[in-house]
Design a protein around this ligand. Structure first.
Ligand code: ADP
Ligand code: MG
Length: 256
């Protein structure tokens, strides 16, 4: 390939927003020569690699803006430690059909059982699939909405919780809310209803939500929107955080 043509291909690739092609023109030609590739195969390779590079960039930038506390996956989760948790149920969620349907997922478990881990793993999978993600704890969301409301910026702040395809609301029920705070939560849940998915985690059962939201009527209104289309994974189980400590304690008692 002449120097002139390769320079032009590079410049055109940049203008077309194909930076990987611009960088890799000569490698592509070399690979095509070595593998005696046909024209169609070469075009197929160039387009597939450009797409892969673009999707990887989008995935990494999606993770950065998601505010996820870590990026653990389902592969990092040891299902054998939680025999009550049916791996099929979680793997079904990981197919993300609930996200495509703009439905919700609720993970109700005691502390340390892996609610945040599983919620993050589902969010990472959704991010990889091209969905936008935003992670918050319930308390942080309420705090930010209250501050925005006081500053007359509620609508714009609500947007942060309404725009993403998947909103992860972690730790529902750690702190009881006042009525005005519960009202802000209702606004998020009702505005996302059938428009975008919520993955929520809670250490409380739904019947205890009246106490969290300080008002049975409001709690019922929130649950009504949330649960209309919702996959629920509710189990008891032992804390993974205490796993090693409990094993150590057992060892100590065995010795004693
Ligand atoms: P929760 O949100 O339910 O309190 P986390 O998801 O924060 O629990 O889990 C506590 C810690 O234990 C995290 O580091 C998490 O990755 C890990 N963990 C919990 N359950 C498991 C498991 N079954 N396999 C591997 N790691 C786990
Ligand atoms: Mg947690």
């Amino acid at each position: 390939m002449s120097e002139l043509t390769s320079t032009r291909v590079r410049a055109t690739a940049v203008k077309l927003g194909l930076p990987h092609l611009a960088e890799a023109v000569s490698q592509y030609i070399q690979r095509a020569d070595e593998a005696k590739m046909g024209y169609l195969d070469l075009i197929d390779l160039v387009l597939a690699e450009e797409l892969a590079v673009r999707e990887d960039r989008r995935f990494r930038s999606g993770l950065r803006t998601s505010k996820l506390p870590h990026h653990k996956t389902l592969e990092d989760y040891d299902f054998s430690f939680q025999p009550d948790l049916d791996p099929r149920k979680v793997k079904d969620l990981a197919t993300l059909s609930f996200v495509a349907d703009k439905a919700n997922a609720a993970l109700l478990m005691p502390p340390g059982v892996g609610k945040t881990h599983l919620a993050v793993a589902l969010a990472v999978a959704a991010c990889r699939a091209g969905y936008s993600i935003y992670f918050t704890t319930l308390d942080d969301m309420v705090r930010h909405l209250k501050t925005a409301e006081a500053a007359g910026r509620l609508t714009s702040k609500l947007g942060s919780y309404l725009r993403p395809s998947v909103l992860v609301v972690d730790e529902v029920g750690y702190q009881p809310l006042e009525r005005a705070e519960a009202n802000l939560v209702f606004q998020v849940i009702s505005k996302r209803y059938e428009k975008g998915s919520i993955i929520l985690t809670s250490n409380k059962t739904f019947s205890e939500w009246g106490q969290i939201f300080g008002d049975e009527v409001l709690a019922t209104a929130i649950l009504d929107r949330l649960l209309h289309h919702c996959e629920v994974v509710a189990i008891n189980g032992n804390s993974y955080r205490l796993k090693n400590r409990l094993q150590a304690l057992e060892r100590d008692t065995d010795v004693a």
